[in-house]
Each structure stands twice: as structure tokens, then as C-alpha cells.
Design a protein around this ligand. Structure first.
Ligand SMILES: Cc1ncc(C[n+]2csc(CCOP(=O)(O)OP(=O)(O)O)c2C)c(N)n1
Ligand SMILES: [Mg+2]
Length: 554
């Protein structure tokens, strides 16, 4: 038992749960927490320039390491500023812990105009958090932190939030920390595993559809082995990139907005094993799953099962445990697969060449970047022209090494997110692919990068425009351009002013050499690359595409 303040109890509870980083921006209601952090040697405190960065960084840290960092913000505007990052983390199934200050207990609910007051502020987060709690009494602190961590580490990982009134933080309390707990992950149902194994072994053309849950569930080696044992073709979504190495002979290619080999591979398939995917297609697909195909769906979140398709077998379970259980049931010699590795390779090559044909400059850029980076480099793909094409043409070879903002498509997330990735992976190369518009959201965080020695390399592809939206006006609005041309600073100069290394290129062909030298710069680097406003993949219909109405469960 230790006598301490509630703020100290909160910080010790975080440390007890293994939280090593608190990323935030101080203000009156959370000063006691900051003061307590000064005495906690196992936690590093990082101050950002805008609360959006706190939540984006915590997301980048979590998705690249599987560990938890806390974001710490003041109530009201601090919470609102952090909420875009919380929404992105929710969409991306990322375990982010948000700690929010609250006005004094005696003022709560009065709407009296206390500093930073929003009545029922946590309601703002209702649909972008998995769980949230308000502390009413200091004795609740260790238990509430434990429950937050349990929520983050079990089931589907998604953000959680805790708010604490400012007056409670200075109160004394007896702190009893709970013993460290190893949380149980969800095991699959044994009968369903047997059924699924037998269906997969009978499949003539098995396809594994790999979603982000494979990376988040650390199931990459199990998926790779299963693909080989079943002799299955594998297709990965943008979130699932790296689920299997994209050089693996079973990998048929990526899927993004109808592009990729899915429309050739899927119609041929009789059994589809979907792992950790929403199975929701943003654009209509011409192959859509049909009644004659069997879908086996594994997801840790029961709500995803059967949501979009009629499934033969729906299994709730941790991806790693479930794939391992399937492997235990499957004897390689019994598979009935008719795929040849040559056929799968042909799909992969043909699809890549189609992408190259559609976007030659973008593919040349991405191949140039790939050539220079190590296989385990971490790449954050922003909401920009090169970022979209990277989903289709950047070769990913390692688990948890390629990131996007999933269906939230949050412009501006990439650079602050990459700072969290670097925080969790100081020894690895961390590259952020950004547009000029996206980078402008958080340019001042270059100061954070320099101060905290987070040596990311930001590639700013500059078309002096919100390019995707400009293209939209050209294509769908007869070239009536409004609000999409933007004025930028000299990015390289600004980077230099912040203490980073700034490099301005004349042509993208200079990028590989420039990136090569940036990798040994030993400080954050911004490389500005001039490009045109190229058409994004979602404004292009893939060649040979025949839209049809997808099957629906009702
Ligand atoms: C928060 C948010 N606001 C607006 C958008 C809409 N949007 C999508 S792409 C884009 C333009 C991005 O510009 P830039 O970063 O320069 O990349 P480019 O398309 O020019 O390559 C916009 C405004 C969005 N996705 N997210
Ligand atoms: Mg742009």
C-alpha cells in the first residue's frame, strides 16, 4: 500500500500496465498528471503541437508495435482536437488509450461555462471508441486503468477513453496496484475448425482473403504456412498488406477499389477463407461472391461475421489461434488444390503490369523507393496520389510494416502517425508518403520530430493542389475547379528552419539517390518532390471490369 495523490496513482497504474509513453499537450485540468509524470522514470512524456498528433502518434505506435501508448489531453477543445485520430484508430482497429481531463467535479453537468467545458464530453467519442469511463472517486483509478487495458488487449482492438475531474487529481489515496494480468484471447470453436478444415481440403481453387486483422493479430506466419499447406492463392486488402510477403509464391496480389487480380482469381474460386476483414467493398466488384462459393470467415469481432455476405462458416476467434488450430487439423498431402504456382505468379505479374500501364510514373516512383529501403522498413501511406497507388504497387515484405487510415481516409494523419511509428521502432527506417495538402495539416510537428529525435523521412509529393479532389472536379464537374489549388511554402526551407534536413528535387527520378542519402542523415528529413495531379485508382475503372450487383445476405 502506498500513500500518493490520485494523479500519481494514475501514472503508477499506467506504468504498472506497461505503458511507456504518454503523448499529449498540458493544460490546467491535467497539470497534476504532468507533475506526477516527472517522478515516473519508466514513462517518457512527449509534447505535441496539436492534440490530433497525440492520438495519431499513439495509433502509429500501437499499430507498428502492438503495444499501447497513452494520449493525454485537456477536456473540451483538447478532446475535440484529438478526436480525428481516435476516429482513424477506431476505423483501423487500433488500441489507443486516451486520457482526457475534466472540469472540477462540482461543476460537471452545470453548463456554467467552466474552462474547456463540454457537457457530457465523452459522448463525442461514443461511436469512435470501444469503451469509455468517467472517474468519480479516486479509489476507482487502478481498476479503471486495468479495465481500459483489458478492453484494449482483448477482442477487437479499438480506442478507449478515461476522463478524470481535475479536483480529484490532487486528492490523497492509498494505492494498491493490481498484479499484472495476462489476458486470455478468444479461442476458436473446435467443431467449426474441423468443418472449415475439411471444406478447405476439398477446395479446388482455395483463396485466402487477408485483411488487416492478420497483421493486428500477429497471424502472419500462420497465414503464410496455411497458404502453402493448402496451396491457396492469397489476396490482401490495403490494411492486410504484409499479411504474407508480397514476394511469396502463393501471393496473387493486392485488392484496392476493384484493382488487382481479384476479378480474375475470385470467380475461379470455390472456397474463400477470409481472415480479419470487413469484407466490405468500397466500389462495386464484378466478381462478387456467389451462392456456389463457400465463404469461411474468421474475425475476432462477431459483428463482422455475416454482415455483408452469406457465409458457410463464421468463426469468432483470435486470428493467430484460429489459423494455428486450422493448421493442426490440416494434412498438406490431402489438399485438392488445382492451382499451380505458375498460374498464381501469372496473376500477380499481369495485375502488376496492368497497374504499371495505368500509372507508369507512380509505379516508377514506388519502385524507386522500394529499391532503396530495407525489407523491414516501415511505410506510412497517406491520403494522396502516391499513397493510393502504393496500396497496389509498393511491395510489402514484412508484417506490420505498411499503414493506412483504413476506411476513415483521414487526410493529414500520415506525418503525425509516422512519428508514433518511429517512437516504437527507433532502429528501423520509417518513411511517410504524403501529399502537400496532407502535410500542411501538421507541418509544425517537425519541431516535435526534431525535439524528440524522431528521425522519420517525409516524402512530400507536391502538385500544389488537393490533387484527388481537383481530379474529381476535372472528371465529374467538367473542369470547374474551385477550392482545390493550394499555396504552399518552400517545404525544404521550412524543414531546415525547424532543424530538420530539407531537400527539394527537380524531378522524381532524383528520389532514390536522395532517399538513400536521407537514410543516413541522423535527423528528420523532408524531401519535396514535384509531381502532376495524377488520377487516383478510384477514379479509374480497371480494364475488363464488368460491374454487377454483389450478393447480399437478405
Ligand atoms: C479530413 C479529410 N478532409 C478532406 C478529405 C478529402 N480529400 C481526400 S484526398 C484530398 C486531397 C489531398 O491532397 P494532397 O495531400 O495534396 O494529396 P494529392 O491528392 O494532391 O496527391 C482531400 C481534400 C479527406 N480525405 N479527409
Ligand atoms: Mg497535392
Amino acid at each position: 500500500m502506498t500513500i500518493c495523490t490520485a494523479a500519481q496513482a494514475l501514472v503508477k497504474s499506467l506504468a504498472n500496465e506497461g505503458v511507456e509513453y504518454v503523448i499529449g499537450l498540458p493544460g490546467v485540468q491535467i497539470m497534476d498528471i504532468y507533475d506526477a509524470l516527472l517522478d515516473e522514470p519508466s514513462i517518457r512524456t512527449i509534447t505535441v503541437k496539436h492534440e490530433q498528433t497525440a492520438s495519431y502518434m499513439a495509433d502509429g505506435f500501437a499499430r507498428s508495435t502492438g503495444k499501447i501508448a497513452a494520449a493525454l489531453v485537456v477536456p473540451g477543445p483538447g478532446l475535440q482536437n484529438a478526436s480525428a485520430g481516435i476516429g482513424s484508430a477506431y476505423a483501423s482497429s487500433s488500441p489507443v488509450l486516451l486520457i482526457v481531463g475534466q472540469i472540477e467535479s462540482f461543476n460537471i453537468g452545470k453548463n456554467a461555462g467552466a474552462v474547456h467545458e463540454i457537457v457530457d464530453q465523452l459522448d463525442i467519442l461514443t461511436n469512435v471508441t470501444k469503451w469509455k469511463a468517467s472517474i468519480h472517486d479516486v479509489t476507482e483509478i487502478p481498476g479503471t486503468v486495468r479495465e481500459a487495458i483489458r478492453q484494449l488487449k482483448t477482442g477487437r482492438p479499438r480506442p478507449v477513453a478515461i476522463e478524470i475531474p481535475s479536483d480529484l487529481l490532487a486528492k490523497p489515496m492509498d494505492l494498491q496496484l493490481p498484479p499484472v494480468e495476462n489476458f486470455q484471447v478468444q479461442s476458436p470453436n473446435t467443431d467449426l475448425i474441423r468443418k472449415a478444415a475439411s471444406l478447405l481440403l476439398k477446395a479446388k481453387y482455395p483463396v485466402i482473403w487477408a485483411g488487416g486483422g492478420v497483421n493486428l493479430g500477429n497471424a502472419n506466419s500462420e497465414l503464410t504456412t496455411l497458404a502453402s499447406v493448402l496451396n491457396s492463392a492469397v489476396i490482401a486488402t490495403a490494411e492486410g498488406k504484409g499479411a504474407i510477403s508480397e514476394d511469396d509464391p502463393q501471393y496473387a496480389g493486392p485488392f484496392y477499389y476493384s484493382h488487382g487480380p481479384a476479378h480474375e482469381v475470385l470467380p475461379k474460386s470455390d472456397v474463400i477463407l477470409a481472415v480479419g476483414s470487413r469484407l466490405h467493398f468500397l466500389a462495386p466488384v464484378d466478381w462478387a461472391f456467389t451462392e456456389s462459393q463457400s465463404i469461411i470467415h474468421i474475425d475476432v469481432d462477431p459483428e463482422e461475421l455475416g454482415r455483408n455476405w452469406q457465409e458457410e462458416i463464421s468463426m469468432v476467434g483470435d486470428a493467430k489461434l484460429t489459423l494455428q488450430a486450422l493448421l493442426n487439423e490440416i494434412d498438406e498431402k490431402e489438399n485438392s488444390s488445382l492451382w499451380t504456382l505458375q498460374e498464381i505468379a501469372n496473376h500477380r505479374t499481369k495485375s502488376f503490369e496492368t497497374i504499371r500501364h495505368l500509372a507508369p510514373d507512380q509505379v516508377a516512383i514506388l519502385e524507386g523507393i522500394r529499391k532503396v529501403l530495407k525489407d523491414d522498413a516501415l511505410v506510412v501511406s497517406g491520403i494522396n496520389s502516391i499513397g493510393y497507388w502504393a496500396h497496389l504497387a509498393f511491395t510489402v515484405r514484412s508484417p506490420r510494416s505498411y499503414f493506412n487510415a483504413s476506411y476513415f481516409a483521414t487526410l493529414g494523419y500520415a506525418f503525425p502517425f509516422s512519428l508514433g511509428v518511429k517512437l516504437g521502432n527507433p532502429e528501423k527506417q520509417v518513411i511517410c508518403i504524403s501529399g502537400d495538402g496532407g502535410f500542411m495539416y501538421s507541418l509544425p510537428e517537425l519541431a516535435t520530430a526534431v525535439q524528440e529525435k524522431l528521425n522519420v523521412i517525409v516524402l512530400v509529393f507536391n502538385d500544389h493542389a488537393l490533387g484527388a479532389t481537383l481530379r474529381d472536379q476535372q472528371v465529374r464537374y467538367n473542369g470547374r475547379v474551385i477550392g482545390t489549388k493550394i499555396q504552399n511554402p518552400n517545404f525544404a526551407q521550412v524543414a531546415t528552419d525547424f532543424g530538420a534536413l530539407g531537400i527539394r528535387l527537380n524531378h522524381y527520378r532524383e528520389l532514390p539517390a536522395s532517399l538513400q542519402s536521407a537514410l543516413s542523415a541522423n535527423r528528420p528529413v523532408v524531401i519535396e518532390i514535384p509531381i502532376d495531379s495524377w488520377t487516383p485508382p478510384f477514379q479509374i475503372t480497371p480494364p475488363g471490369f464488368r460491374p454487377s450487383k454483389p450478393q447480399s445476405p437478405e
